[in-house]
Write a protein that binds this ligand. Sequence first.
Ligand code: CTP
Ligand code: MG
Length: 184
Amino acid sequence: MVPVPLEALWIIFPAYLANASAVLVGGGPPVDFGKTWKGKPLLGAGKTWRGLLGGIGIGAVVGYLQAIVYPEYFGGYPVFLLTVFFLAAGALIGDITESFFKRRIGKKRGEKWFLADQLDFLIGALGVAFLGSILIEIAGLTESNWFLDTFSLWHILFLVFFTPLIHFIINNIGFKAGVKEVPW
Ligand code: CTP
Ligand code: MG
C-alpha cells in the first residue's frame, strides 16, 4: 500500500505545479484588465492572463504525464483528461478568488493574508475537482464519484496541514532566487 502522504502529493501535484508556474510565466495584461470596483482593484496586477493560462497549461501537461504513468489515480483514460484539468485550473481559480476577496478587504497586491495565501489554490483545486467529479458522474463517464473514491479524509487533512509548510519553503526559495517579489 502506498502511504497516504505520498498518494496525496502525487494526486495534488498538477495543482501545486499550476500555482508555482504562474509565478514563473506570469506577466503582461492582468486578468481584470486593470478594472476597479468601488475604488479598489477587482483582482489586482498580480493576476495575469499569462500566469493563469500558462500555469494551467503547465500543471495539466505534467498531470497528463503523471496520469499516463499511473492512470488509476486520476480516474483512468479518458476521465483523467478532465480530472487533471480540474485540478490545475481549480488551483488558479482558487488563487484568483482569494485575490478578489483580498482586494475587497483592502489588502494590497502581495500583502500577507495568513492561511488564505497558502490554502487558496488547494481549496480551489479540491473544490473544482469535487464539483467536476459530480459532473463527470452525471455525464455517465464514471460509475461513482472520482473525487470521493480518490481522496479520503486523511489525504485531505494531510494536504491542509502540509500545504502551508511546503508553500512557505518554496516561496522562500523563490524569493531568494529573485523570481518572487515577497517571501509568501
Ligand atoms: N501570477 C500571475 N498570474 C496569476 C497568478 C500569479 O501572473 N494568475 C504571478 C504574479 O506575478 C504574482 C505571482 O505570480 O505576483 C505570485 O502570485 P500570488 O502570490 O498569488 O500573487 P500576489 O502578487 O501575492 O497577489 P495577491 O495579493 O493578489 O495574492
Ligand atoms: Mg494568492
